[in-house]
Ligand binder design. Structure first.
Ligand SMILES: *Cc1c(COP(=O)(O)O)cnc(C)c1O
Length: 369
């Protein structure tokens, strides 16, 4: 048996869309997969506007540029997350203030926010781990009372919800990743969800190297020029061709992942394995179990490897890194460190069978006496 940790999804329509893109290029006609994907994502998320970007990392950088952060401004963010967030903050000359996570969801601990806020706090970037929503009611009410802008790193969250609302649509902006490690992907890719309509026009400018090229293309101005500090943040048509192919099947991919996730959950209950909580609204992005400690987890990883199962740990806390130690970290129980040592993600991908899930859980169960 050989069960990889992840197999990137392939819809089968990618080749056709790529061929179409190249054919259109030869005729000089406008290619439109970027625009089509943006419309589709807008309909799926109900965000005010969606802009495709080269990656979720680029979308986060655009989001912080849009907030006009100045050197010395503080941005609250989790420690248990990916580095894109903190790079984006530091590139603006702003200062990250790390906040610990909850020990159940691994999402930012909303009860610690009041200890993280200062007169310099301008924004907070939250991350919905595994497509499970942060406590948005508490976070939104906190942000409102302190006049802090919320940006949601919804990298994991394609088709993940809190109630009826798609994750990434609660804050002024949200970002989704289409990296090949995510549920659907375009090799590399991402998008920026713009929920505050006031930000849209400037977002178009920033994505086009700070020029008003979009206004020119639409006949609003008669020549285009440099008007702001931006970047080349857009997604290539060739990449959008792949994303379009995958968006056609996004509901099916998500449903199948959720079914596998539920099968894992059921099997863990039967074998009394300590695993993630059961919640609704998530998209089956990650299924994880929690080991007692780092030693036990290392032994379990080796045990699984020996039977052909590739299980993986996740983020190393940012506050513990060489750069991260110089910033504030608000915590009571250092759950970020515990999560980094205890979380073990099990294989989960479209096309995996329930028998394979049973095989994984059987071997996890065998490990425990
Ligand atoms: C994957 C991921 C990113 C980065 O996404 P890219 O599209 O690879 O730039 C950012 N944040 C989180 C939480 C992620 O999981």
């Amino acid at each position: 048996m050989n069960i990889p940790f992840h197999i990137p999804y392939v819809s089968g329509l990618e080749d056709i869309n790529i061929a179409k893109t190249i054919a259109q290029l030869k005729t000089g006609k406008d290619i439109s997969f970027v625009a089509q994907c943006e419309q589709k994502l807008k309909a799926l998320t109900k965000s005010h506007q969606v802009l495709l970007t080269g990656s979720c990392t680029q979308a986060l950088e655009m989001a912080l540029l849009l907030l006009r952060l100045k050197p010395g401004d503080e941005v609250i963010c989790p420690s248990f997350t990916y580095v894109s967030v903190v790079n984006a903050i530091l590139k603006m000359g702003a200062i990250p203030v790390f906040v610990d996570c909850r020990d159940d969801t691994m999402n930012i601990d909303e009860t610690l926010l009041k200890r993280a806020v200062s007169s310099s706090t301008k924004a907070m970037i939250i991350m919905h781990y595994a497509g499970v929503s942060c406590d948005m009611a508490a976070i939104q009410s906190f942000a409102r009372s302190h006049q802090i802008t919320i940006v949601e790193d919804a990298a994991h969250c394609m088709l993940a919800y809190n109630g009826m609302e798609h994750l990434g649509t609660f804050g002024d902006m949200g970002t989704i990743s289409f990296h090949y490690t995510k549920n659907i992907h375009s090799f590399h890719g991402g998008c920026l969800l713009i929920n505050n309509p006031e930000l849209y026009d400037r977002a178009l400018v920033l994505r086009d190297n700070g020029t008003n090229k979009n206004a020119f293309t639409n006949g609003i101005v008669d020549k285009y020029t440099w008007v702001d500090v931006g970047g080349n943040f857009g997604m290539s048509e060739l990449v959008a061709a792949c994303l379009h192919a995958q968006l056609e099947h996004v509901e099916q991919v998500t449903n199948e992942r959720i079914q596998l996730w539920n099968h894992y959950y059921q099997a863990c209950q039967e074998h009394k394995i300590n695993c993630t909580q059961h919640t609704i609204g998530h998209n089956g992005h990650i299924f994880y179990i929690k080991c007692k400690n780092l030693l036990e987890r290392n032994q379990l990883i080796s045990h699984l490897k020996a039977v052909g199962v590739d299980a993986r740990f996740h983020y190393q806390p940012l506050h513990q890194t060489a750069i991260g130690t110089s910033f504030k970290y608000i915590t009571l129980g250092n759950h970020s460190k515990k999560a980094s040592e205890m979380v073990l993600r099990l294989p989960l991908y479209f096309g995996m069978t329930k028998q394979e899930v049973d095989y994984v859980i059987q071997h996890v169960s065998n490990f425990y006496p």
